[in-house]
Design a protein around this ligand. Sequence first.
Ligand SMILES: [Zn+2]
Length: 266
Amino acid sequence: MTDRPPQYELYAIRYATRDARRADHFIGGDPHDGPMPMDYFLWVAIGAEKTVVIDTGFTKEVAAQRKRTFLRDPIEVLPQLGVAPAEVSDVVITHMHYDHAGNLERFPKACFHIQEKEVQFATGRYMRYHNISHSFEPDDVCDLVRLNFKARVAMYDSPADLAPGIRLHPAGGHSLGLQFVSVYTARGWVVLASDVSHFYENMEAGRPFRTAVHIGEMMEGFDALYRVAPSPQHIVPGHDPLVMSRYPAARPDLEGIAVSLHASPH
Ligand SMILES: [Zn+2]
Protein backbone atom coordinates (compact mmCIF):
# COMPACT_ATOMS: atom_id res chain seq x y z
CA MET A 1 0.00 0.00 0.00
CA THR A 2 1.31 3.43 -0.84
CA ASP A 3 0.16 6.70 0.64
CA ARG A 4 2.08 8.83 -1.82
CA PRO A 5 -0.20 11.65 -2.97
CA PRO A 6 -0.71 12.61 -6.62
CA GLN A 7 1.97 14.86 -8.12
CA TYR A 8 1.28 18.39 -9.25
CA GLU A 9 3.10 20.66 -11.61
CA LEU A 10 3.65 23.87 -9.69
CA TYR A 11 4.21 27.29 -11.21
CA ALA A 12 4.89 30.80 -9.94
CA ILE A 13 3.51 33.63 -12.08
CA ARG A 14 5.20 37.02 -11.67
CA TYR A 15 2.79 39.83 -12.38
CA ALA A 16 4.08 43.01 -10.72
CA THR A 17 7.13 44.55 -9.14
CA ARG A 18 8.25 47.58 -7.20
CA ASP A 19 11.48 49.34 -6.42
CA ALA A 20 12.30 49.22 -2.73
CA ARG A 21 15.20 49.48 -0.31
CA ARG A 22 16.56 46.88 2.10
CA ALA A 23 15.30 48.99 5.00
CA ASP A 24 11.73 48.51 3.70
CA HIS A 25 11.81 44.76 4.31
CA PHE A 26 13.09 44.17 7.83
CA ILE A 27 11.80 45.21 11.21
CA GLY A 28 14.31 47.69 12.56
CA GLY A 29 15.50 48.64 9.08
CA ASP A 30 18.88 47.52 7.80
CA PRO A 31 22.36 48.93 8.46
CA HIS A 32 23.46 48.04 4.90
CA ASP A 33 20.76 49.90 3.07
CA GLY A 34 20.58 49.50 -0.70
CA PRO A 35 18.12 48.58 -3.44
CA MET A 36 16.00 45.48 -2.81
CA PRO A 37 13.13 45.26 -5.30
CA MET A 38 10.04 43.23 -4.54
CA ASP A 39 8.10 41.03 -6.97
CA TYR A 40 4.46 39.98 -6.80
CA PHE A 41 3.36 36.44 -7.60
CA LEU A 42 0.51 34.05 -7.67
CA TRP A 43 0.90 30.29 -7.95
CA VAL A 44 -0.92 27.42 -9.60
CA ALA A 45 -0.77 23.67 -8.93
CA ILE A 46 -1.85 21.56 -11.89
CA GLY A 47 -2.65 17.90 -11.27
CA ALA A 48 -4.25 15.13 -13.30
CA GLU A 49 -7.45 15.36 -11.24
CA LYS A 50 -7.43 18.88 -9.89
CA THR A 51 -6.04 22.36 -10.47
CA VAL A 52 -5.65 24.73 -7.54
CA VAL A 53 -4.84 28.43 -7.87
CA ILE A 54 -3.02 29.90 -4.88
CA ASP A 55 -3.74 33.61 -4.44
CA THR A 56 -5.28 35.89 -7.02
CA GLY A 57 -3.10 39.00 -7.30
CA PHE A 58 -4.32 42.57 -7.74
CA THR A 59 -5.84 44.53 -10.61
CA LYS A 60 -4.33 47.16 -12.88
CA GLU A 61 -6.44 49.79 -11.07
CA VAL A 62 -5.11 48.81 -7.64
CA ALA A 63 -1.58 48.77 -9.05
CA ALA A 64 -2.03 52.36 -10.25
CA GLN A 65 -3.48 53.52 -6.90
CA ARG A 66 -0.66 51.91 -4.96
CA LYS A 67 2.07 52.84 -7.45
CA ARG A 68 3.13 49.29 -8.18
CA THR A 69 4.55 48.41 -11.58
CA PHE A 70 1.92 46.16 -13.14
CA LEU A 71 3.69 43.82 -15.57
CA ARG A 72 0.72 41.77 -16.70
CA ASP A 73 -2.74 40.61 -15.70
CA PRO A 74 -1.92 37.47 -13.69
CA ILE A 75 -5.27 35.83 -14.44
CA GLU A 76 -4.56 36.12 -18.17
CA VAL A 77 -1.37 34.11 -17.76
CA LEU A 78 -3.28 31.06 -16.48
CA PRO A 79 -4.61 30.04 -19.93
CA GLN A 80 -1.01 30.06 -21.18
CA LEU A 81 -0.42 27.24 -18.67
CA GLY A 82 -3.54 25.41 -19.85
CA VAL A 83 -5.77 26.62 -17.00
CA ALA A 84 -9.17 28.21 -17.70
CA PRO A 85 -9.95 30.58 -14.79
CA ALA A 86 -13.71 30.20 -15.39
CA GLU A 87 -13.41 26.44 -14.77
CA VAL A 88 -11.14 26.49 -11.70
CA SER A 89 -12.86 24.73 -8.80
CA ASP A 90 -10.50 25.62 -5.92
CA VAL A 91 -8.58 28.77 -5.01
CA VAL A 92 -6.47 29.13 -1.87
CA ILE A 93 -6.25 32.62 -0.39
CA THR A 94 -3.14 32.68 1.80
CA HIS A 95 -4.33 35.94 3.37
CA MET A 96 -6.51 38.92 2.49
CA HIS A 97 -3.79 41.50 1.76
CA TYR A 98 -4.50 43.44 -1.44
CA ASP A 99 -1.73 41.76 -3.41
CA HIS A 100 -3.05 38.24 -2.68
CA ALA A 101 -6.84 38.53 -2.74
CA GLY A 102 -8.03 40.67 -5.69
CA ASN A 103 -9.75 39.38 -8.82
CA LEU A 104 -12.02 36.96 -6.92
CA GLU A 105 -14.85 37.44 -9.45
CA ARG A 106 -12.58 36.11 -12.19
CA PHE A 107 -13.11 32.59 -10.75
CA PRO A 108 -16.89 32.23 -11.06
CA LYS A 109 -17.02 28.52 -10.16
CA ALA A 110 -14.36 28.39 -7.44
CA CYS A 111 -14.54 27.64 -3.77
CA PHE A 112 -12.11 29.89 -1.86
CA HIS A 113 -10.06 28.25 0.90
CA ILE A 114 -8.94 30.52 3.73
CA GLN A 115 -8.25 30.45 7.46
CA GLU A 116 -11.28 31.54 9.51
CA LYS A 117 -9.01 33.75 11.61
CA GLU A 118 -8.07 35.76 8.53
CA VAL A 119 -11.72 36.43 7.71
CA GLN A 120 -12.33 37.52 11.29
CA PHE A 121 -9.23 39.72 11.19
CA ALA A 122 -10.13 41.37 7.85
CA THR A 123 -13.68 42.12 9.03
CA GLY A 124 -12.83 42.81 12.65
CA ARG A 125 -12.04 45.61 15.03
CA TYR A 126 -8.44 46.30 14.03
CA MET A 127 -9.42 47.49 10.55
CA ARG A 128 -10.19 50.92 12.03
CA TYR A 129 -6.41 51.44 12.25
CA HIS A 130 -4.81 52.59 9.02
CA ASN A 131 -1.48 51.10 10.01
CA ILE A 132 -3.11 47.66 9.71
CA SER A 133 -5.93 48.22 7.23
CA HIS A 134 -3.79 49.83 4.51
CA SER A 135 -2.67 46.34 3.42
CA PHE A 136 -6.29 45.42 2.63
CA GLU A 137 -8.69 46.54 -0.11
CA PRO A 138 -12.20 46.83 1.40
CA ASP A 139 -13.68 45.69 -1.94
CA ASP A 140 -11.75 42.39 -1.74
CA VAL A 141 -12.97 41.83 1.82
CA CYS A 142 -16.58 42.58 0.78
CA ASP A 143 -16.25 40.25 -2.22
CA LEU A 144 -15.17 37.44 0.09
CA VAL A 145 -18.05 38.10 2.50
CA ARG A 146 -20.51 37.95 -0.42
CA LEU A 147 -18.99 34.70 -1.64
CA ASN A 148 -19.41 33.24 1.82
CA PHE A 149 -23.13 34.04 1.66
CA LYS A 150 -23.15 31.97 -1.54
CA ALA A 151 -21.48 29.03 0.24
CA ARG A 152 -18.32 29.48 -1.83
CA VAL A 153 -15.83 29.96 1.01
CA ALA A 154 -14.28 27.09 2.99
CA MET A 155 -12.79 28.19 6.30
CA TYR A 156 -10.18 26.33 8.32
CA ASP A 157 -8.90 26.65 11.86
CA SER A 158 -6.04 24.12 11.76
CA PRO A 159 -3.70 22.42 9.28
CA ALA A 160 -5.74 20.59 6.65
CA ASP A 161 -5.54 18.76 3.35
CA LEU A 162 -7.50 20.63 0.70
CA ALA A 163 -6.97 17.55 -1.47
CA PRO A 164 -4.38 14.77 -1.52
CA GLY A 165 -1.09 16.56 -2.24
CA ILE A 166 -2.31 20.08 -1.32
CA ARG A 167 -1.90 20.95 2.34
CA LEU A 168 -2.77 24.18 4.19
CA HIS A 169 -0.75 25.35 7.20
CA PRO A 170 -1.87 28.30 9.35
CA ALA A 171 1.06 30.56 10.32
CA GLY A 172 -0.18 33.94 11.47
CA GLY A 173 1.92 36.91 12.43
CA HIS A 174 2.27 38.96 9.25
CA SER A 175 -1.52 38.83 9.01
CA LEU A 176 -3.41 37.11 11.82
CA GLY A 177 -4.85 34.30 9.72
CA LEU A 178 -2.06 33.85 7.17
CA GLN A 179 -1.53 30.33 5.84
CA PHE A 180 1.15 28.74 3.71
CA VAL A 181 0.67 25.84 1.32
CA SER A 182 2.63 22.68 0.59
CA VAL A 183 2.18 20.94 -2.73
CA TYR A 184 3.38 17.45 -3.68
CA THR A 185 5.47 17.49 -6.87
CA ALA A 186 8.00 15.37 -8.77
CA ARG A 187 10.65 16.56 -6.28
CA GLY A 188 8.52 15.94 -3.21
CA TRP A 189 6.66 18.50 -1.11
CA VAL A 190 7.31 22.08 -2.21
CA VAL A 191 6.39 24.75 0.32
CA LEU A 192 4.86 28.00 -0.92
CA ALA A 193 5.68 30.32 1.95
CA SER A 194 3.61 33.24 0.67
CA ASP A 195 4.15 36.07 3.17
CA VAL A 196 5.39 33.82 5.97
CA SER A 197 8.71 34.78 4.33
CA HIS A 198 8.64 37.53 1.70
CA PHE A 199 12.30 37.03 0.78
CA TYR A 200 14.76 34.15 1.25
CA GLU A 201 16.59 36.46 3.62
CA ASN A 202 13.68 36.95 6.04
CA MET A 203 13.60 33.25 6.97
CA GLU A 204 17.33 32.61 6.56
CA ALA A 205 18.31 35.47 8.86
CA GLY A 206 15.29 35.09 11.16
CA ARG A 207 14.41 38.73 10.53
CA PRO A 208 10.69 39.38 10.02
CA PHE A 209 9.26 41.63 7.34
CA ARG A 210 8.09 45.08 8.40
CA THR A 211 4.35 44.42 8.06
CA ALA A 212 3.74 42.58 11.31
CA VAL A 213 0.84 41.95 13.65
CA HIS A 214 2.50 39.38 15.93
CA ILE A 215 6.27 39.00 15.79
CA GLY A 216 6.40 35.82 17.87
CA GLU A 217 4.05 34.11 15.44
CA MET A 218 6.18 35.34 12.52
CA MET A 219 9.25 33.70 14.08
CA GLU A 220 7.29 30.48 14.62
CA GLY A 221 6.18 30.73 10.98
CA PHE A 222 9.82 30.52 9.84
CA ASP A 223 10.23 27.40 12.00
CA ALA A 224 7.09 25.89 10.50
CA LEU A 225 8.39 26.39 6.94
CA TYR A 226 11.61 24.53 7.76
CA ARG A 227 9.70 21.80 9.60
CA VAL A 228 7.31 21.12 6.73
CA ALA A 229 9.81 21.38 3.85
CA PRO A 230 12.01 18.37 3.00
CA SER A 231 14.93 20.83 2.62
CA PRO A 232 15.43 24.61 2.52
CA GLN A 233 15.59 24.29 -1.30
CA HIS A 234 11.94 23.26 -1.18
CA ILE A 235 10.75 26.58 0.30
CA VAL A 236 9.59 29.30 -2.11
CA PRO A 237 9.34 32.79 -0.58
CA GLY A 238 6.37 34.97 -1.47
CA HIS A 239 7.94 38.09 -3.00
CA ASP A 240 11.60 37.42 -3.81
CA PRO A 241 12.84 38.29 -7.34
CA LEU A 242 15.43 35.50 -6.88
CA VAL A 243 12.62 32.97 -7.46
CA MET A 244 12.63 33.97 -11.14
CA SER A 245 16.36 33.33 -11.50
CA ARG A 246 16.62 30.19 -9.36
CA TYR A 247 13.88 28.27 -11.18
CA PRO A 248 13.61 27.46 -14.90
CA ALA A 249 11.04 29.17 -17.09
CA ALA A 250 7.80 27.19 -17.41
CA ARG A 251 8.38 27.32 -21.19
CA PRO A 252 10.78 29.35 -23.34
CA ASP A 253 7.98 31.78 -24.29
CA LEU A 254 7.16 32.34 -20.58
CA GLU A 255 10.68 33.51 -19.69
CA GLY A 256 10.37 36.20 -17.00
CA ILE A 257 6.66 35.45 -16.60
CA ALA A 258 6.29 31.96 -15.08
CA VAL A 259 8.74 29.47 -13.58
CA SER A 260 8.47 25.76 -12.73
CA LEU A 261 8.71 25.17 -8.98
CA HIS A 262 8.45 21.39 -9.39
CA ALA A 263 11.92 21.60 -10.98
CA SER A 264 15.00 21.82 -8.76
CA PRO A 265 16.35 25.34 -8.16
CA HIS A 266 19.90 26.30 -9.08
ZN1 LIG B 1 0.93 40.18 2.94
